[in-house]
Design a protein around this ligand. Structure first.
Ligand code: GLC
Length: 582
């Protein structure tokens, strides 16, 4: 090529670059960077109680293959992680919270091969799996306990807490599930008592024994090596014990949180667990319970502590009582926990789980008129707060409490032993039964309502707990095809949260704290400011905020209409909206 034509080619090339760069869109604003972003902060967790989710073989008990059948449904919810209640081998005194083999799968739930397929199926769909680790106690049928109780000099003796009877009566300790409220169970075999903070079939493990701790870390590694993505530590705040068993102040002997939780040694165990397990895998960890106060909670979850990633505090979930609750308390409690962890640490947000009655029956209004609106409102709350949301199976449909009136209908050990205890203490049994009807855990464990066929499509056999008779109208099939259903509203919320970091990382500010019925707050990140308005009442309510404009963008609304004027918004009963503030 001649010199002059080479010049022309170079000129053309330069012109092309100039033209192209002139045509480029103006540079996008840099995305708001979020410090300490983590996948588990962005996760939306769906909790499955496997016993009640889907039965694949007709024995009346949900199983792993049943969950596998429903993976596409789970994916369709927009959730990104699943927490499974315990699936290990268990005699089921407390539905799997009494583990007899931590490396085995409960026979009724299936096999290890089923577990492997379930995990693979979740991962194919980009869904993480969180396992429940129950190691404050084991089952009394665990080999360790069988050995431990067999003789005083058995090598496993020290895996549990024993009190030799010749020392006299053991110092009083309360048990949450015992029919007598007594945490010491006498065992004739070695003339000694063993400690059980829950039922007598759930002896407490001795965490001061390094061998016990090593066993637990090996078990956790077994599951982490399989590829699970997280661990929920069941009742772990009670694992450390003061085995000098000091007398508790009079009147406080049963104060479970104040005197039984967060005893010396607990943080050392967690640091050791972190070093042995969490630091070696890409797994996250969440504690059931957050201790006695903010300081305890910070020590569990603050970043530089190297213990856990998050905890769930009970103060919020415990607000609704049989007598009712006040939205002012809800605002106050959720706000103070949010503010306390605004800069360090991370918490879960939840209103229900397998230890509670149904969300809409406790927190909302489960009458025909308001069930749908109030469930949508509660889901809006969970999915628009700061903290990792935990959504309990069935709450995406608005499942409600079941109306049991006789103790023979209940299956939960807490209900059955609680009944015995109340009877022996001469309680007003009418009131006891009413409270049980409102608050029993069995309410939250009835079969998932899939469709209008027999047993709500949960099983072809006899379900271990009956389906709620309202399954003909409240079920996945009906709600899937109704664009106004609780289910489709839930899907809208998960989508909104996943697409908008402001709902995950944005700061939270309570607005109009004194408003008697509307819970209002903003979430803000970078230039984004969102306003969440939740009318916790069965009548219309309005709120005046001078910055509200009719042109504000409504991001989600559980009604098809909205009444906004300049500076004021009126909400219908249980109306829940999220607005983008301009
Ligand atoms: C936790 C579980 C609960 C169980 C108890 C004993 O609180 O969530 O279901 O009964 O521990 O393991």
């Amino acid at each position: 090529m001649k010199r002059s034509s080479t010049k022309w080619v170079v000129c053309l090339f330069i012109m092309l670059i100039v033209v192209l760069s002139c045509n480029q869109k103006p540079k996008e604003q840099p995305q708001t960077t979020v410090e300490n972003a983590q996948w588990w902060k962005e996760a939306i967790v769906y909790q499955i109680y496997p016993r009640s989710f889907k039965d694949s073989d007709g024995d009346g008990v949900g199983d792993l293959k049943g969950i596998i059948e429903k993976l596409d449904y789970i994916k369709s919810l927009g959730v990104t992680a699943v927490w499974l209640n315990p699936i290990y081998t268990s005699p089921n005194a407390d539905n799997g919270y009494d583990v007899s083999d931590y490396r085995g799968i409960m026979e009724e739930f299936g096999t290890m091969a089923d577990f492997d397929s379930l995990l693979a199926g979740m991962h194919q769909r980009d869904i993480k799996l969180v396992m429940d680790i129950v190691v404050n106690h084991s089952s009394d049928q665990h080999e360790w306990f069988k050995q431990s109780r067999s003789s005083r000099d058995n090598p496993y003796r020290n895996y549990y807490h024993w009190w030799p009877a010749e020392k006299g009566d053991p110092p009083y300790r309360y048990s949450l599930f015992d029919a007598k409220g007594d945490a010491w169970q006498y065992d004739t075999l070695t003339n000694a008592y063993y400690l059980h903070y829950f039922a007598k079939q759930q002896p407490d493990l001795n965490w001061s024994n390094p061998k016990v701790r090593q066993e637990v870390y090996d078990i956790m590694k077994f599951w982490a090596d399989k590829g699970v993505d997280g661990f929920r530590l069941d009742a772990f705040q009670f694992a450390a014990k003061d085995t000098t068993y000091p007398k508790f102040p009079e009147g406080y002997e049963k104060d479970f949180i104040q005197y039984y939780a967060m005893q010396d040694g607990l943080h050392d165990y967690l640091k050791e667990m972190n070093e042995a397990v969490f630091s070696k895998y890409d797994v996250f960890s969440v504690a059931e319970g957050a201790g006695r106060n903010f300081d305890d909670a910070h020590k569990l979850v603050d970043k530089d502590r190297q213990e856990l990633n998050m905890a769930y505090a009970f103060e919020g979930v415990d607000i609704p009582k049989y007598e009712g609750y006040d939205v002012a308390t809800m605002k106050e409690v959720f706000t103070k926990w949010d503010q306390e962890f605004a800069d360090d640490g991370w918490l879960s947000i939840f209103l229900a789980n397998h230890d509670q009655a149904r969300m809409v029956s406790r927190w909302g209004n489960d009458s025909d008129a308001f069930r749908s609106a109030s469930t949508k409102l509660l889901n809006t709350f969970i999915l628009s707060m700061r903290g990792t949301p935990y959504c309990y199976y069935g709450d995406e449909l608005g499942m409600t409490n079941i109306d049991f009136d006789s103790i023979s209908q209940y299956q939960d050990i807490a209900a059955i032993n609680g009944y015995q205890k109340a009877l022996s203490e001469g309680e007003d049994m009418g009131l006891f039964m009413e409270k049980l009807n409102f608050g029993s855990r069995d309410n939250g464990r009835t079969p998932m309502q899939w469709d209008g066929s027999t047993n709500a499509g949960f099983t072809s056999g006899t379900p271990w707990l009956p389906a709620n008779p309202n399954f003909k109208t409240i079920n996945v099939q009906v709600e899937d095809s109704d664009s106004n259903s609780v289910l489709n509203h839930f899907r809208g919320l998960t989508k909104l949260r996943k697409e908008n970091p402001v709902l995950v990382y944005g700061s939270y500010e309570l607005i109009s704290p004194e408003h008697p019925t509307i819970y209002a707050y903003t979430r803000a990140l970078g230039n984004e400011k969102w306003l969440v308005l939740l009318n916790f009442s069965n009548s219309d309510s309005s709120i005046k905020l001078d910055y509200i404009k009719p042109s504000d963008n409504v991001l989600i609304n559980n009604y098809n209409v909205i009444d906004i004027s300049q500076g004021e918004i009126s909400l219908q009963p249980y109306q829940a909206v999220i607005l983008k503030i301009q």
